[in-house]
Design a protein. Sequence first.
Length: 484
Amino acid sequence: MSEPIYPKPAPYKKHFFWRLLKGLHSWFGLLSDVDFQIPIGSVKFLGLNLFLVNEPATVKRLMVDEVEQFPKHPYTLWILEPLIGRAIFSVNGPEWARQRRLVDQAFQVAQLRRVLPQMQGAVQAMVARLDATLAAAGAAPTETPNPVTVEIDEAMTLVTADVIVRTILSRPLEAAEAAGIFDAFARYQRRAGQALMLRLLRLPQDKLQAYLGRHARTIRQWIAAAIDARLADGAAPPADLLQALIDARDPDSGDRFSRDELLDQVCFLFLAGHETSASSLGMAVYLLSCYPEAQARLRAEVMELLDSQAGAPERSTAPAPDRPLTFDDLRQLPYAAAVFNETLRLYPPVSFFIRESQQDGDLVDRRCPMRSLVTISPWVIQRQEGQWPQPHAFNPERFLASAATSSSADSARDRQLARDVWLPFGLGPRKCPGAAFALQEALLVLAELVRRYDLLPAAGPQPDLVGRLTLRSRNGIRAKMRVL
């Protein structure tokens, strides 16, 4: 398999309207093949100036150096407001700064080492579900177990949602209650992508938001019930992320989140915390099933670590100790981290960031009027032809520090690009505060999978990737699994 799957961009069409129609089904429909080759693209549509910025120096300027001159576009707020209200992701200025102070304080309480037991519990529940699925299909451990096709997209969505519910609410997520939440968010994803395209066509904002609100109601009511139960509970609260948000105090003003603000923040943290991780982990498992040499290297890294911790003088053919991976273990898995980072390069869960210019100015070689819509796309930048060597290839070695010993010019270039234009979590002050959380979760999930199962390609259609609020597959993600 030379290059993993991705939706090929269409040939360039001069009239943006036709691309907009394709964008109703997936935001990737807005892109053409030319967009992956140029430093900047621009078009004017119905009076709105649209820019796509790919040049690394200008991307850094927009997201790091001149953040206040290029805040989140109002479209970001209104398309997400029915779902997450005025949470930290979509607001700007002093409102964002106050929320960031409170959220950062809460995340300090929910430290990575402290939340690891919740992650481990969710991952062990995932393993139990997979074992039951394989056993029911006749793939229980034998000398030659049969591989079984597993819906990887569903498995990763459930485990990441379980992780975030355990972290926020101190309880596991039951599969029965999860189904309704996932269905509601899938509907919201589809409708939100269409709503943004229709908004560009000048359809009324209030009607589109009301339409989206109907699909968000199930999720917000479920989270509101959990918050109200906590606020009404007189017992000693658990030390989880919800309680950290309740207890957080703004060091500048001393105020705290109101009940409605808590609802907005928890809706955002739940949806961002599980949806983006599910997207990236689903594709990581898919890639490992397609690239057996990468899977074997990752498994060897995990098993050698476990064997060395067990005091074995060298790796044997016996199973590694059946113990959970620890906080310190996860920091000794460089190849696992490289696999996940390369997955995020090829398949960034949030594929488009949109900003609004606050004054007239220049971008690269174009005049950028005030109120222009400026797009930075990790999907495009991280596959930019002429920047990344073999941009569509799966090559985790790009992210290994050991590549520094290589004399290859491509290796040096990869390392520079990984610092400058690898932005699945964003860049600058608005970079996702949960990046380290997502990495720890991913390392734990991937390590536990490869130590227990052989991952193989599944027959049938390949994932049909669509870009909406997050990157997902329209027809799911499947792989075969076999107990080792």
